[in-house]
Design a protein around this ligand. Structure first.
Ligand code: NAP
Length: 325
């Protein structure tokens, strides 16, 4: 009987698609934290399909441990930087992901971070709870307006576009940088610029590129110095797109004004990370896709990919379609 290992409890709709399949042995990791590397290797031994999350590192060692029966790796996420795609392709294993399912949820959260970081929502709310709301303060908690601002989008793909669409309602001037001018710019009247121009002209800089060797530390001490001192950096992409130590220093020294981060490096962020002591750094625990709708869709899409792979059919959403050549 084909065996599936699911690395966490995911929305029931997705699990039911697997549990209701006749002739499938499904094991679901029951703990709230991911299995350790050793445990994952042990659980993966002899399986036919792996349903995983971005918290698992899928590399040669893990694939070796799983063995030759493994037919599909299905990830419940769009980003696949935790998976050695080339290693899967070498073994003829298709890798599935969930593009689109989380686009709107992540774009919503991006706007929430922009507004919260700009208007100091966290310090303001904390002040209320601490009894520091003395009176209506003409000088309290001032911040820039998103309305009418210039926003630079690094990576105008699905999520970048969904953010840009929202920003049209804010009358924002939109700049973007991609490896080459993309197909979405026309719809949102976004201007293609080089990264330096984007950094220099934007009031808000929002990161939406995948984590790749080219984008690792794309935002570093150098690029932070190219931003306006009033700039607000938003990262809902991946933690390692930003050099976090350089960002903390830039926020401390007023090189830029504020940052809103949904993703960090590592995850969870270390409790002694200086970012957690800064009033102008807003850090969330990677909840970009955490809408009920998005998580359900992600869970079912990942199940669809997995079942297709088990049935030796092309995955509806495959990261390495070259595997079928
Ligand atoms: P997507 O549609 O593939 O968009 C990514 C865009 O980034 C593409 O337009 C791509 O251009 C561009 N890009 C690639 N390399 C770049 C570079 N060096 N500089 C500038 N732009 C670059 O992916 P998506 O669905 O929007 O997702 C984007 C990323 O968001 C994912 O990879 C994931 O890491 C992250 N994410 C985070 C959350 C969260 O919970 N916070 C949720 C979902 C996704 P080309 O197409 O020309 O390569």
């Amino acid at each position: 009987m084909p065996k599936v290992f699911v690395t966490r409890k995911v929305p029931q709709k997705g699990l039911d698609m697997l549990l209701n399949q006749e002739g499938l042995e499904v094991e679901i990791w029951p703990e709230p934290l991911p299995p350790s590397r050793e445990t994952l290797a042990q659980k993966a031994r002899g399986i036919d399909a792996l349903y995983c999350l971005l918290t698992e590192k899928i590399d040669d060692a893990l694939l070796d441990a799983a063995g030759p029966r493994l037919k599909v790796v299905s990830q419940m996420a769009v980003g696949v930087d935790n998976i050695d795609i080339a290693a899967c392709t070498r073994r003829g294993i298709p890798v599935g992901n969930t593009p689109g399912a989380l686009t709107e949820a992540t774009a919503d959260l991006t706007l929430a971070l922009m507004l919260a970081a700009a208007r100091q929502l966290l310090p303001a709310a904390a002040g209320v709870r601490a009894g520091k709301w003395g009176t209506w303060d003409p000088l309290g908690y001032l911040g820039p307006e998103l309305f009418g601002s210039t926003v630079g989008i690094v990576g105008l793909g699905r999520i970048g576009l969904a953010v840009a669409r929202r920003l049209q309602g804010f009358n924002a001037r939109l700049l973007y940088n991609n490896p080459s001018p993309g197909p979405y710019a026309k719809e949102v009247d976004a201007q293609f610029v080089d990264l330096d121009t984007l950094l220099a002209e934007s009031d808000f800089i929002s990161l939406h590129c995948p984590l790749t060797p080219e984008t690792r530390y794309l935002i570093n001490a150098d690029s932070l110095r190219k931003m306006k001192s009033s700039a607000i950096l938003i990262n809902t992409a991946r933690g390692d797109v930003v050099d976090q130590a350089a960002l903390a220093e830039a926020l401390q020294q007023g090189v830029i004004a504020a940052a809103g981060l949904d993703v960090t490096s590592p995850e969870p962020i270390l409790l002694d990370d200086p970012l957690l002591t800064l009033p102008n750094a807003l850090v969330l625990p990677h909840i970009g896709s955490a809408s009920i709708t998005a998580r359900q869709k992600m869970a079912t899409m990942a199940a669809e990919n997995l079942l297709a792979g088990l049935g030796k059919k092309p995955l509806p959403h495959c990261v390495n379609p070259e595997v079928y050549n």
